[in-house]
Design a protein around this ligand. Structure first.
Ligand SMILES: Nc1ncnc2c1ncn2[C@@H]1O[C@H](COP(=O)(O)OP(=O)(O)O)[C@@H](O)[C@H]1O
Ligand SMILES: [Mg+2]
Length: 348
C-alpha cells in the first residue's frame, strides 16, 4: 500500500461532548484508514460511537456541544479538523457524501425526486444539471422507468426505492468516499439485501471508496474489504473482512457474530449479548468490555488493553484473544451470563 492511495486517514481521534468536568468522551483514540476504492465496514452495537466518528469526517458533528481534544482526520492528506468553513463546504458532498438510515426523513416530502437530485447536481456539478443526468443516475441505482419516476414525490415510492433515490443524490456529486450510515436498518430484510447488492455493484462500477456502518455483521460479508469493530468509543478489532468473519478474535466480535441475523442462509438461534453498551462517562475500568465478556479474567478490570497487531494485518484489543474460555478459578466472574452462554455454545 502506498501513501498515495490513502484517501482517508483518521489518527487517534478523540471526541468529547460537553465541557469541563461534565465532558464525556464518545470517541477515544480511533485510528482508521480507507484507501481509494476500498470498502471499510464499521460495526458495533448502538451507542458505540460509529455515527459520530463517521460524521466527523465532514465535520458534521456540531462543535459545541462536541469538541476534538486530539486527533487528525486527513482526507486526501488535508486535516478536516483544521479546515476553514469554505474548505469544508467543498468537501461536503464534493469529496464525501452521506446516506443515512431513514430515507423518508432525509428526502424532502414537498419536492419531486427530480428537483431534489437537480439541486444536488447544481450544487456540485452545475455543468451536469440536466434531466438526462438525472435519468442516468436513477438508472445507475436501479430505479425502473426513471423518466416517469423522477416526477414522483417521495411518498409515492417504497422505502427501498426512496433509499435508491438517496443513493443517487449522494452519487450526483461523484464523491471519492460514500459514507453509508446504517443504510438498510429501516428496510425490510429482502430490500436490505438488494440495497447491499446495489452498493457493492456501485463500488465496483464507480471505483468509489465506502465507509459502511452497521450494527449487523450479517450484511457485511459480501461487500467489505476490511472490517473495524467498535465498542464504547474504541476500535476493538480491525482486520481484512474475510479473515475477521471466518475467525473473529475479539470476544466482542465473537459475541456480535452470534447475535446477528443473516440476510440469507439458514435461520440460526440468535443469542443477544448479555448486558448493554455502557453509557458515556461510565465506561468500565480496564477493558471496557470486561463486564460482558465470557473470557474476562481477574486482571481485565485493571489493565486497559491496547489495540495490537497480533497477527499480520489483524489488530485486536484484548489480553486474552488467543486464550480458551477461562476455568472457573481464572474467570473474573464464573456466574457471568456471557461466560455461561459461551460454555453452553461450546458444549463445555
Ligand atoms: N449531540 C450529542 N450530544 C451528546 N451525546 C451525543 C450526541 N450525539 C451522540 N451522542 C452520544 O455519543 C455516543 C455515540 O453515539 P453514536 O455515534 O450515535 O453511536 P452509534 O452510531 O454507534 O449508535 C452515544 O452515547 C450517544 O448518546
Ligand atoms: Mg449510529
Amino acid at each position: 500500500m502506498t501513501n498515495n492511495s490513502l484517501l482517508l486517514e483518521i489518527r487517534n481521534l478523540k471526541l468529547d461532548f460537553g465541557a469541563g468536568d461534565g465532558a464525556v468522551r464518545a470517541v477515544d483514540g480511533v485510528s482508521l484508514s480507507i484507501r481509494e476504492g476500498e470498502t471499510l465496514c464499521l460495526v458495533g452495537e448502538s451507542g458505540c460511537g460509529k455515527s459520530v466518528t463517521a460524521l466527523s469526517i465532514a465535520r458534521l458533528v456540531p462543535t459545541p456541544p462536541a469538541s476534538y481534544p486530539a486527533g487528525e482526520i486527513l482526507l486526501q492528506g488535508r486535516d478536516i479538523l483544521r479546515m476553514s468553513k469554505t474548505e469544508l463546504r467543498d468537501i461536503r458532498g464534493g469529496v464525501v457524501s452521506y446516506i443515512f438510515q431513514e430515507p423518508s426523513t432525509s428526502l424532502n416530502p414537498v419536492f419531486r425526486v427530480r428537483s431534489q437530485i437537480m439541486e444536488s447536481l447544481k450544487l456540485h456539478r452545475p455543468e451536469a444539471a440536466t434531466d438526462d443526468e438525472i435519468v442516468r443516475l436513477l438508472k445507475l441505482v436501479g430505479i425502473p422507468a426513471p423518466e416517469s419516476r423522477m416526477r414522483d414525490y417521495p411518498h409515492q415510492l417504497s422505502g427501498g426505492m426512496q433509499q435508491r433515490v438517496m443513493i443517487s443524490m449522494a452519487l450526483a456529486s461523484q464523491p471519492k468516499l460514500l459514507v453509508a450510515d446504517e443504510p438498510t436498518t429501516a428496510l425490510d430484510v429482502t430490500i436490505q439485501a438488494q440495497i447491499i447488492d446495489l452498493l457493492r455493484d456501485l463500488k465496483q462500477r464507480l471505483g468509489m471508496a465506502m465507509l459502511l456502518i452497521t450494527h449487523n455483521l450479517g450484511i457485511v460479508g459480501d461487500i467489505a474489504d476490511r472490517l473495524a469493530v467498535m465498542y464504547a468509543g474504541q476500535i476493538v478489532e480491525l482486520a481484512p473482512a474475510n479473515e475477521l468473519l471466518s475467525r473473529p478474535l475479539h470476544p466482542y466480535t465473537q459475541a456480535l457474530m452470534h447475535s446477528v441475523p443473516k440476510l440469507s442462509g439458514q435461520a440460526k438461534r440468535l443469542t443477544a449479548i448479555p448486558g448493554s453498551v455502557p453509557n458515556l462517562g461510565a465506561f468500565p475500568s480496564g477493558c471496557r468490555f470486561h463486564p460482558r465478556c465470557p473470557k474476562a479474567r481477574f486482571d481485565c478490570p485493571e489493565r486497559p488493553p491496547e489495540l495490537l497487531e497480533v497477527l499480520p494485518g489483524r489488530w485486536v484489543r484484548c489480553h486474552y484473544w488467543d486464550a480458551a474460555l477461562p476455568e472457573p478459578h481464572q474467570a473474573l466472574n464464573p456466574n457471568n451470563p456471557a461466560l455461561i452462554q459461551a460454555r453452553q455454545a461450546s458444549g463445555n
